[in-house]
Design a protein around this ligand. Structure first.
Ligand code: PLZ
Length: 433
């Protein structure tokens, strides 16, 4: 309807600039009035095709009927009591469901917090408490949050860590099996990267000093890096053999996004603790820590918690999300989205040398942009393509350690004609470049 952003959004943007610090950046400054069905509508009456899902959150859509219904009922009944003061059933139900649905048939416990970062921090606290060890191992290209500990766990300096130190102690970083950039090539990547990580842990730290290894099964913010097959199981097996708690951070990959309910399932990896957030509650703030009963039960009464964790509105939303995933078979939908997008993107890669790599699983897909004919990161091309997509009404997100990855996270309920239309806009943007 208007240029992007339109006059109303520009007016709101000016107010944002006066009221909100610039540290809170904005990818696309259109102010939203409604969203759903794979479309985001703005204050100027524009409709944008949503390839972002609010960063992998609205997997079931922005206003899924089951979520809306449950939250509306709950908000009229009560908004809060604090689960640690006087509990309510929906919290327990969410935990029962996660214990049942997460990988592994061992006995599990779950508790609820507010954000992905908070879930990861708690996973580390529990691992340290249960093992009596301190060191935590994370990986190159990893992202785990913005709190002091989780920003320390995060790999990338700018914008997450720059001048925010000193960082938390006892955090060590190992190589990630990044096939596209592995020096020895993709074929030996899993084996070599796992060997280097294990060597680092054994020789530099001593496995017996390591409380936890924290790993994203697909690195999200780092650029949708799918570790070479075999890497994850090898690291998990090393952890098991050495009494190290293996924490899978599925904050971004969870809840049907990658074509399985959780990304670890793809290689049959069973984590000791799994952290989830984002897609768990259709946009209401909720996150969870799910782990082996014997680890989780180690922590003394009152050792875990928080005022808002497992808020009743968020719990009802989560139950609505789980029902929607099951009833609409969104796991299969995610796979279908991948089956549509990957071949289209690979065909573009054939035509345009700027696309160095096409990767991802299910509805978590990315292209990595390079200087044609090399592997040199091309962040300028990314900015240009994103600008053109946004101007034409396709909301896309960026990622990547080198700022050169265009990522796609459509809501799993997106109609196929919008997926096709979005891909068409993308193709034109790349061709124009
Ligand atoms: N772990 C794997 O992807 C959040 C970050 C957006 P919170 N990723 C989006 C930004 O720039 O702040 C994330 C993640 C993984 C943990 C987190 C942190 O989750 O809910 O943002 O705290």
């Amino acid at each position: 309807m208007t240029a992007i952003p339109g006059p109303k959004s520009q007016e709101l943007l000016a107010r944002k600039q006066a009221a909100v610090p610039p540290g809170i950046g904005v990818t696309l400054p259109v102010f939203v009035t409604r969203a759903g069905g794979g479309v985001v509508q703005d204050a100027d009456g524009n409709s944008l095709i949503d390839f972002g899902s609010g960063i992998a959150v609205t997997n079931v859509g922005n206003a899924a009927p089951k979520v809306v219904e449950r939250v509306q009922k709950q908000v009229a009944d009560f908004t809060h009591t604090c689960f640690m003061i006087t509990p309510y059933e929906s919290y327990v139900r969410v935990c029962e469901k996660l214990n049942e649905l997460t990988p592994g048939d061992h006995e599990k416990r779950t508790f609820l917090v507010n954000s992905g970062a908070e879930a990861v921090e708690n996973a580390v606290k529990i691992a340290r408490h249960a093992t009596g060890r301190q060191a935590v191992v994370v990986f190159e290209h990893g992202y785990h949050g913005r709190t002091l500990l989780t920003m320390t766990l995060t790999a990338k300096n700018m914008p997450y860590k720059h001048r925010f130190g000193p960082f938390a102690p006892e955090v060590y970083r190992a190589p990630l099996a990044y096939p596209f950039r592995w020096p020895g090539g993709p074929d030996n990547c899993a084996e070599e990267a796992a060997a280097q990580a294990i060597d680092m842990i054994s020789k530099q730290l001593g496995a017996e000093n390591v409380a936890a290894v924290v790993l994203e099964p697909i690195a999200g913010e780092g650029g949708f890096i799918v570790p070479a097959r075999g890497f994850l199981p090898r690291i998990a097996e090393f952890c098991r053999a050495n009494g190290i708690v293996f924490v899978a951070d599925e904050v971004q990959t969870g809840f049907a996004r990658t074509g399985t309910l959780f990304a670890c399932e793809d290689e049959g990896v069973v984590p000791d603790i799994i952290t989830t957030a984002k897609g768990i509650a259709g946009g209401l703030p909720l996150a969870a820590v799910t782990g082996r009963a014997e680890l989780m039960d180690e922590v003394h009464v009152g050792g875990l918690g928080g005022t808002f964790g497992g808020n009743p509105l968020a719990c009802e939303a989560a139950l609505g999300v789980l029902e929607t995933i099951e009833e609409e078979d969104l796991v299969a939908r995610a796979r279908r989205i991948g089956d549509i997008m990957l071949p289209r993107l690979r065909a573009l890669q054939e035509r345009f040398g700027v696309i160095g790599d096409v990767r991802g699983r299910g509805a978590m897909i990315a292209i990595e942009l390079v200087e044609p004919g090399t592997k040199e990161p091309n962040p300028a091309a990314l900015q240009e393509i994103v600008r053109r997509c946004h101007a034409e009404g396709l909301l896309v997100l960026t990622a990547g350690t080198y700022g050169n990855v265009l990522r796609f996270l459509p809501p799993l309920v997106i109609p196929e004609h919008l997926l096709e239309e979005g891909l068409g806009i993308l193709e034109k943007a790349i061709a124009a470049l």
